[in-house]
Design a protein around this ligand. Structure first.
Ligand code: MN3
Length: 201
């Protein structure tokens, strides 16, 4: 029997990220979308465990795309909620991460500009990421389609931004670049720095 995955608690109220992200978006995103990935992941893992017990390799292979999609959805959203914090509560301090960003992109502003340009250009649904290469400890920007987690590119996720329409459309309509411009007001830099420090030791 596979262990049940639980929806992790949201670290703030639904309205805590206003005006950048509305309470309505947050409530739907967390209680319907993230919960949906968790529910379907548990169903897929249960079926997978059954198939494994029966030695049914074809059935195991058949479940892999559902596990990747819903498992990625769960992992990505669990990171995303912790990436965010109410406006005015967190800023990037001078230190290892800010230096790594300056080294990779020239400056913080250049980093944001490049991140937003690449993430705005994601076709259809996906994510933009600040990731860290485990071998070099260098930071880089990457994008993923659908719910592919950043680990599929061999990178460790530091900061992810969901650009599925469900993440912004009720408030920003078709203006994904405006959502991306505003999201920098609510980044939980302490959390991003913590993840960076775990990689570089
Ligand atoms: Mn989402």
């Amino acid at each position: 029997m596979a262990q049940k995955i639980e929806l992790p608690p949201l670290p703030y109220d639904f309205n805590a990220l206003e005006p950048v992200i509305s309470a309505e978006i947050m409530e739907l995103h967390y209680t319907k979308h993230h919960q949906g990935y968790v529910t379907k992941l548990n169903e897929s893992l249960e079926k997978y465990a059954d198939a494994e017990n029966k030695g049914d390799i074809a059935a195991m292979i058949g479940l892999q795309s559902a596990i990747k999609f819903n498992g990625g959805g769960h992992v990505n959203h669990a990171l995303f909620w912790n990436n965010l914090a109410p406006e005015g509560t967190s800023e990037l301090a001078k230190g290892g991460l800010s230096q790594a960003i300056d080294t990779a992109f020239g400056s913080f502003d250049k980093f944001v500009e490049t991140f937003n340009a690449k993430t705005a250009a994601v076709q259809g649904s996906g994510w933009g990421w600040l990731g860290c290469c485990p071998a070099s400890s260098k930071v880089c920007i990457a994008t993923c389609s659908n719910q592919d987690p950043l680990s599929t590119q061999g990178l460790i996720p530091l900061l992810g931004v969901d650009v599925w329409e469900h993440a912004y459309y009720l408030q920003y309509k078709n203006l994904r670049p405006d959502y991306l411009k505003n999201i920098w007001r609510i980044i939980n830099w302490k959390e991003v720095e913590k993840r960076f420090n775990q990689v570089v030791g």
